[in-house]
Design a protein around this ligand. Structure first.
Ligand code: PLP
Length: 390
């Protein structure tokens, strides 16, 4: 008997069009930031409904660049979630500011707006709100708090391309920023990938211009402007910048990936609905669902195991059946890198999600049969380990 093939946690959705796009760029002779990056920025802004988009080398670079451009630095505080990929806290730390961690809600694994105000101090400069695993946070409520306290609002939308949120009866795509900017990732674990890469969306053209200079060493001219100029022109460096460029090779891949987005969203939402339907009957399992005001892109499908089930044992059980899983989202304050930062506020919900959460496979090429295999394996875990099962 042959064992069934294994089911990975995720798989990038790429093919011939991406390969062709890379070949086109290499043949053109212009391989780093240039015309493909400009075109990708315009197309991405259009897809999100923002006026500008600025491509960079990663979402981590995007977050750092935005916080830096806002003038955030040593002595400042930025309120955010500990329950996120470490890059969220790191981007704050790079500026010299202190991340102040606020707990999440269990329904959407995102910042609890009811706990935000207690974390704001005279040093607070900004709120960095994450749309964790693509699930939109309560962004309108968070934007109200930011406005009331005169704070910058930045969205970590690393996972949230294509997700939507309804405010005042209108559906709005994540990336139409509620504050100054939203930051996206093109790492292979996200929906769209360029290998690595990131994008900042903003509705402030002057801010976009400043970001474009800062991502290119603070240079007053782009390579393209210099290349296109009919005469010899010299650039200047008015402030200290970074090398956070995206290459044209990456951008050309990104443009093809963006064309696939509608189909990716349709497939992911279909698979999430299958999971929700099949898992509904399993007692004690926390299954995610959209709020009435959200349309998640289902970048990840995160279930919450009952307290008596050991996370590691559950993941091992699935792995033995050829099914890859990941534990719940990490918490920065539990990592040695942040152990100096005493968590000022209670983070018990973040810790519960980290210790009892499990991410199930979900990617466009997954089949209904794959979903059924995952569900049966999960069912085995929950029935075998039920302490009072007879
Ligand atoms: C993936 C991720 C990042 C980092 O993105 P990179 O492009 O890998 O730098 C930041 N924040 C969150 C919430 C993420 O999931």
């Amino acid at each position: 008997m042959s064992s069934p093939s294994s089911i990975p946690i995720a798989a990038p959705d790429m093919g011939e069009p991406e390969i062709e796009a890379v070949a086109r760029v290499i043949r053109s002779g212009w391989v780093t930031q240039g015309p493909e990056v400009s075109a990708f920025e315009s197309e991405f802004a259009l897809a999100c409904g923002s006026t500008s988009a600025v491509a960079v080398s990663s979402c981590t670079a995007a977050l750092h660049l935005v916080l830096h451009a806002l003038g955030i630095g040593p002595g400042d505080e930025v309120v955010t979630a500990s329950h996120s990929f470490i890059a969220t806290a790191n981007a704050i730390a790079y500026t010299g500011a202190t991340p102040v961690f606020v707990d999440i809600r269990l329904d959407d694994l995102n910042l609890d707006p009811d706990l935000l105000e207690a974390a704001i101090t005279p040093r607070t400069q900004a709120i960095l709100a994450v749309h964790q695993l693509g699930m939109p946070c309560r962004i309108a409520a968070i934007a109200d708090i930011a406005a009331r306290h005169g704070l910058h609002l930045v969205e970590d939308a690393a996972c949230a391309i294509g997700s939507e949120v309804n405010t005042a009866g209108i559906w709005r795509t994540i990336g139409q920023p509620f504050g100054i900017a939203a930051c996206f990732s093109f790492h292979p674990r996200k929906l769209l990938t360029t290998g690595d890469g990131g994008m900042i969306t903003t509705n402030d053209p002057a801010f976009a211009t400043r970001l474009r200079a800062l991502r290119q060493h603070g240079m007053s001219l782009t390579d393209r402007q210099r290349h296109m100029a009919g005469s010899v022109i010299f650039e200047s460096y008015d402030e200290i910048g970074f090398n956070y460029r995206m290459t044209d090779i990456q951008a050309a891949i990104g443009r093809e990936q963006l064309k696939r987005l509608p189909l990716m969203l349709q497939r992911r939402r279909g698979l999430a609905a299958l999971y929700q339907n099949r898992l509904a009957g399993i007692r004690g399992l926390g299954v995610p669902s959209d709020r009435r005001d959200t349309r998640t892109n289902w970048q990840s499908f995160h279930v919450l195991l009952p307290e008596h089930i050991d996370q590691h044992a559950a993941m091992s059980h699935l792995l033995a059946r050829g099914i890859a899983t990941r534990r719940g989202v990490m918490c920065a304050h539990l990592e040695p890198a942040y152990s100096r930062h005493h968590a000022r506020h209670n983070l018990q919900t973040s810790e519960r999600a980290r210790c009892h959460g499990m991410i199930l496979p979900l990617f466009p090429a997954m089949t209904e049969n794959d979903v059924d295999r995952v569900v049966s394996a999960l069912q085995e875990v929950l029935t075998i380990e039920e302490p009072d099962a007879r």
